[in-house]
Design a protein around this ligand. Structure first.
Ligand SMILES: N[C@@H](CCC(=O)N[C@@H](CS)C(=O)NCC(=O)O)C(=O)O
Length: 243
């Protein structure tokens, strides 16, 4: 089996959710730039995953499967990389968690692009300043409460009772992204005992040998202000639970 991930250079972006599955599973993949002309009838935007059952194929292999849409790519990979349960109900439960976490990632993006993705942040900052408190004080805690309830229901420290899954890796990147984008906020959120299982999950994954090695490597693109998770100090605030 061979895999190629095509994604924008210079940002972790949504490609990182996919990358972390490969890294955790120890599965090699070709990490390639976004294709200049994707098949527009099939694919709207990166990331794009190409797959062939042939082993050790070169980067330009002829794909048997070609997928876009992060959740679809993650669903395809999760069972192949040992990051999903073997039964259908379990696979769907993991996918449901993945997609909820990605919903929150989209809301984080929309805080720095609340009017439109085609405008610069600086041209919509006034709306961002209005929206950020809703994200930080209401939306993030609401999502995190659900994730914490799932970890507590699983009884094993992960989001699903089957053990570590794609959903945990997606949550890991979301928490890393929130910590980068909103350090003041994240510092106060970490004092909330009800979210402690999530921060423990994050630390456990960060300390995994494969992830540690990856985070220190050149293969990891640092967060920056072209990304999904951006640090604009004026949007950051302590967690108070009040808008
Ligand atoms: N729902 C899609 C969103 C894809 C997406 O927004 N890709 C970004 C990069 S992370 C992009 O290049 N978008 C181009 C555009 O929206 O015009 C997914 O999850 O893959």
């Amino acid at each position: 089996m061979s895999y190629a991930l095509h994604y924008h250079r210079g940002i972790p972006g949504r490609g990182e959710f996919v990358r972390l599955l490969f890294v955790h599973a120890g599965t090699p993949f070709h990490d390639l730039p976004a294709l200049p002309a994707q098949d527009a009838a099939q694919h709207f935007a990166p990331p794009l995953l190409r797959y062939t059952s042939a082993a050790d194929a070169p980067p330009d292999f002829a794909a048997e499967v070609e997928l876009s849409q992060t959740p679809v790519i993650l669903y395809f990979l999760a069972s192949r990389l040992g990051l999903a349960p073997s039964d259908e109900a379990g696979r769907l439960a993991v996918q449901q968690r993945v997609e909820t976490i990605l919903d929150l990632a989209n809301e984080v993006h929309d805080v720095h692009h609340p009017v439109d993705a085609s405008l610069y942040y600086e041209d919509q900052r006034d709306v961002s300043l209005r929206r950020a408190p809703y994200l930080l004080q209401l939306r993030v805690p609401k999502f995190l409460s659900t994730f914490a309830a799932q970890v507590s229901a699983s009884g094993n420290g992960w989001l699903h009772s089957s053990g570590v899954s794609a959903a945990d890796l997606v949550l890991f990147h979301l928490l890393e992204g929130l910590a980068y984008a909103f350090p003041r906020y994240f510092g106060t959120l970490k004092k909330e005992a009800r979210f402690a299982p999530l921060f423990e999950l994050q630390s456990r994954l960060r300390e995994t040998e494969s992830i540690q090695r990856y985070l220190k490597s050149e293969a990891r693109t640092p967060f920056n202000e072209y990304d999904l998770f951006r640090h604009y100090p004026e949007l950051d605030a302590e967690y108070t639970g009040k808008v």
